[in-house]
Design a protein around this ligand. Structure first.
Ligand SMILES: Cc1ncc(COP(=O)(O)O)c(C=O)c1O
Length: 439
C-alpha cells in the first residue's frame, strides 16, 4: 500500500503580504496602519473600539473593475445589499451605476432611502411575505425573483388585486455544487433555494397563464465565496439550455439573472477573477439576446472594510489575546470557520512571534477570531485591524451579551467621517417593557 501523501499546510500570509495585496492599506513608520492615507489609530482614538472602517476608493475601484469586465454585454450589476447595507455604501454603489438585489422589505426600503430607483431593484428570497410583495409592486421594482410555485400564485393574486402585472424571473436550482462552505451553498437540489430544474419549464409555462404575472426569464445564485469558475460554467450551461427549451416551446425569455457569489482572497488564496466570471457569462448567454444581470455582494465590499479592536489583555503566557471585539460584531470566524488577517495598528510591533489564539470576551468558546495564529503578541491597550470585514460583517452583528452595535467610519483619500455612531447601551432595552404580571 502506498504511503499517504504528507499533509502540507501552507504558512499564513505574513503581515507585509496582507498589506501589500490590499492597495487601500499601507504602513507608515510613524502613524502605523493607514487606510487611504488615514491613520486607523486616529479613527480609533476618536470613536473608540470596536469600530468598522470602510474604504470608499476600494469599493469604487472594485465596482469599476467589475463593470469594465462586463463591457460589451447588456449586463447590469445589482449589488447584493445583504453584504453591507449601510446607506453610504448603497449610495456609492448607485453612483457607480449599480442597482440593488434585496431579500427583504427592509432592504428594499433601505435601497430606496439611499436613492436607488425602484426600477433598479430586484427582489430575491425564498420566503417573501404578502406585505413585502405588496411593497415591491407598489414601489414598481424591476423584477421579483420567484423561488416557488406557491410564491408565484401569491404574487399573481396580489398583483391582480392591485391592478398590476408583476415582472418576474424564475430562480432555478441548477443542482450544481459551488464548492464553497456548506452554510453558503445555495444551488444544490437539497438546498432550500429556487425551483427544481426539472419543474421549471412547466412552471414557467404556467406563470405565463397567470393574470398578474409577466415571466421575463430565469435567475440563479449557486452560493457565496466561490473561487472557481467551473460551477458557474455548469450552472450557466443548464440555464442556457432551459432558455432554449422555453423559447422552443413558444415562451418569451428576455432576462437572465446570473446571481452573485464571487469569492475574495481572505488569506493568500486567489480571488475570483471578474474577467473570468464575465467570460463564463459571455460564453453561455452572449449570443442569446438577453438582458443580463449579476448580484455580487462580497466581492465588491469585502476587502474594503476592517474591524478595529483593542487588546483588553493577554493571558496564559500570551497564548490568548483577548480583544474588545467579539463574535457578536464579526461572526464569520465562529459561523463559517472563516480566516481573517489580523494586523497591529501601531508601528514597530517588535518581538518574537508565537502561536496566538485571538479571541473576544463573549462567553462562548466559539468567540475566536483566529486559532494558533503566528504573530508577535500585541500588548494590552494596543489595537489591531481584522481585515476583509467589509462584507457580512456589520450586517450580521448582534447585541449578544448586551454589547451595543459598533461604530462605523468611512475613509476617502485622507479624510474620514463617522457613518454610524456607536449604539448607546440604553438603546438595547429602550423598546422593552416589564409587564405588571412579572412583578
Ligand atoms: C440571491 C442572492 N444573490 C446574491 C447574493 C450575494 O452573494 P455574494 O455576496 O457572495 O456575492 C446572495 C448571497 O448569498 C444571494 O442569496
Amino acid at each position: 500500500m502506498a504511503a499517504p501523501a504528507p499533509l502540507t499546510t501552507l504558512p499564513d500570509p505574513s503581515e507585509a503580504e496582507l498589506i501589500a495585496s490590499r492597495p487601500h492599506l499601507s504602513r507608515h513608520a510613524m502613524d502605523g496602519l493607514l487606510m487611504d492615507g488615514v491613520p486607523l489609530n486616529a479613527i480609533a482614538d476618536a470613536l473608540g473600539t470596536p469600530t468598522w472602517v470602510y474604504s470608499v476608493p476600494a469599493m469604487r475601484l472594485r465596482l469599476a473593475e467589475l463593470t469594465a469586465a462586463l463591457a460589451g454585454l447588456d449586463a447590469h450589476i445589482h449589488y447584493a445589499v445583504k453584504a453591507n447595507d449601510h446607506l453610504a455604501v448603497l449610495r456609492l454603489m448607485h453612483d457607480g451605476g449599480a442597482g440593488a438585489d434585496v431579500v427583504s422589505g427592509g432592504e428594499l426600503l433601505r435601497a430606496r432611502a439611499a436613492g436607488i430607483p425602484a426600477d433598479h431593484i430586484v427582489f430575491s428570497g425564498v420566503g417573501k411575505t404578502a406585505d413585502e410583495i405588496r411593497l415591491a409592486l407598489a414601489e414598481g421594482i424591476y423584477q421579483i425573483n420567484v423561488e416557488s410555485p406557491a410564491e408565484l400564485e401569491t404574487i399573481s393574486a396580489i398583483a391582480s388585486a392591485m391592478g398590476r402585472i408583476a415582472d418576474i424571473v424564475l430562480r432555478i436550482n441548477p443542482d450544481v455544487d459551488a464548492g464553497t462552505h456548506a452554510k453558503i451553498t445555495t444551488g444544490k437540489a437539497d438546498n432550500k433555494f429556487g425551483v427544481s430544474y426539472t419543474d421549471a419549464a412547466a412552471l414557467y409555462a404556467h406563470a405565463a397563464t397567470l393574470p398578474g404575472i409577466r415571466p421575463q426569464g430565469l435567475a440563479l445564485h449557486i452560493g457565496s465565496q466561490i473561487l472557481n469558475m467551473a460551477p458557474y460554467r455548469a450552472a450557466f450551461a443548464r440555464a442556457a439550455e432551459l432558455i432554449r427549451i422555453l423559447r422552443a416551446n413558444g415562451q418569451t425569455v428576455t432576462r437572465m439573472d446570473c446571481g452573485g457569489g464571487l469569492g475574495i482572497g481572505y488569506g493568500d488564496e486567489p480571488a475570483a477573477n471578474p474577467a473570468a466570471f464575465a467570460g463564463a457569462i459571455r460564453a453561455a448567454f452572449g449570443d442569446m439576446n438577453l438582458t443580463l444581470m449579476i448580484e455580487p455582494g462580497r466581492w465588491l465590499v469585502g476587502p474594503a472594510g476592517v474591524l478595529l479592536a483593542s487588546v483588553i489583555l493577554t493571558k496564559a503566557d500570551e497564548r490568548f489575546m483577548v480583544l474588545d471585539a467579539a463574535m457578536n460584531d464579526l461572526i464569520r470566524p465562529a459561523m463559517y470557520d472563516a480566516w481573517h488577517g489580523v494586523v497591529p495598528l501601531a508601528p514597530g510591533n517588535a518581538g518574537p512571534e508565537r502561536d496566538i489564539d485571538i479571541v473576544g470576551p463573549v462567553c462562548e468558546t466559539g468567540d475566536t477570531f483566529a486559532k494558533g495564529r503566528r504573530m508577535m503578541p500585541v500588548a494590552a491597550g494596543k489595537r489591531v485591524a481584522i481585515l476583509d470585514a467589509g462584507a457580512y460583517g456589520a450586517v450580521m452583528s448582534s447585541t449578544y451579551n448586551a454589547r451595543p452595535l459598533a461604530a462605523i467610519a468611512m475613509v476617502d483619500n485622507g479624510r474620514w467621517a463617522t457613518i454610524r455612531a456607536r449604539q448607546p447601551v440604553e438603546a438595547l432595552w429602550s423598546a422593552e417593557t416589564i409587564p405588571d404580571f412579572t412583578t
